[in-house]
Write a protein that binds this ligand. Structure first.
Ligand SMILES: O=C(O)COP(=O)(O)O
Ligand SMILES: [Mg+2]
Length: 219
């Protein structure tokens, strides 16, 4: 067991870039809406760097990158959501080590929660499609509360639901917003080094622990 788990009674996971490599399916929907607007595809490399602040922000970043008017984000985001909802889990995969980590934590009876900035409506299809829907006692999307990460509110909400002090809860994420939310909530923070984080090294954000695979958390 990794020292990050010492004294921990709840593990809160981020989704995109931490558990699931979702960028390929997000890129398909992004490129489709760009195509409908007459713009060239952004491609998965750019889209990966735009993930982490919710899908509305992803669409806004795609419009700006394409030289399109970001005040059109709202209707374009509606169209993006319709396209992504039709195929949210075609190419998305669990990252290496995720399955081992979830299984080992579950075997130890560790309560787990999911806090993502992705809209909650997409979660059943993605978690179900990847066979991990049964691991999380609590699941919050980016629109489940008025605040989303980097605001600490969703993390504190999970701690309150579990009846635990923040110091007993571990945040596991891939982006600086996860580190900031964890810090602000008073959670210790594990960051994975393989995630998205807008293309920057996550170690710049000084998480308490940086892991190359979630298998290391339970090794
Ligand atoms: O930006 C999103 O839609 C989701 O990002 P997250 O799962 O990393 O919070
Ligand atoms: Mg993430």
């Amino acid at each position: 067991m990794h020292t990050a788990l010492a004294g921990i009674e709840l593990v809160v996971f981020d989704l995109d870039g931490t558990l699931v490599d979702s960028a390929p399916d997000l890129a398909v929907a992004t490129d489709a809406v760009l195509g409908e607007l007459g713009a060239p595809p952004a491609g998965v490399t750019k889209v990966r760097n735009w993930v982490g602040n919710g899908t509305r922000k992803l669409v806004e970043r795609a419009l700006i990158d394409a030289g399109l008017d970001p005040t059109r984000t709202e209707p374009v985001h509606d169209r993006f959501q319709a396209l992504y909802a039709a195929a949210p889990c075609v190419e998305s995969r669990l990252f290496d080590g995720v399955q081992d980590c979830l299984v080992a934590l579950a075997e130890r009876g560790m309560p787990m929660a999911l806090v993502t900035n992705k809209p909650a409506a997409f979660l059943p299809a993605i978690l179900g499609g990847l066979g991990i829907e049964g691991y999380f006692r609590w699941t919050l999307g980016g629109d489940s509360l008025p605040q989303k990460k980097p605001d600490p509110a969703p993390l504190l909400h999970c701690a309150a639901l579990a009846g635990l002090p923040p110091a007993s809860c571990l945040m596991v994420g891939d982006s600086r917003h996860d580190v900031q939310a964890g810090r602000a909530a008073g959670f210790p923070v594990v960051a994975v080094t393989y995630g998205y984080n807008h293309g920057d090294p996550i170690t710049d954000s000084k998480p308490d622990y940086a892991l190359d695979s979630l298998a290391e958390l339970v090794a």
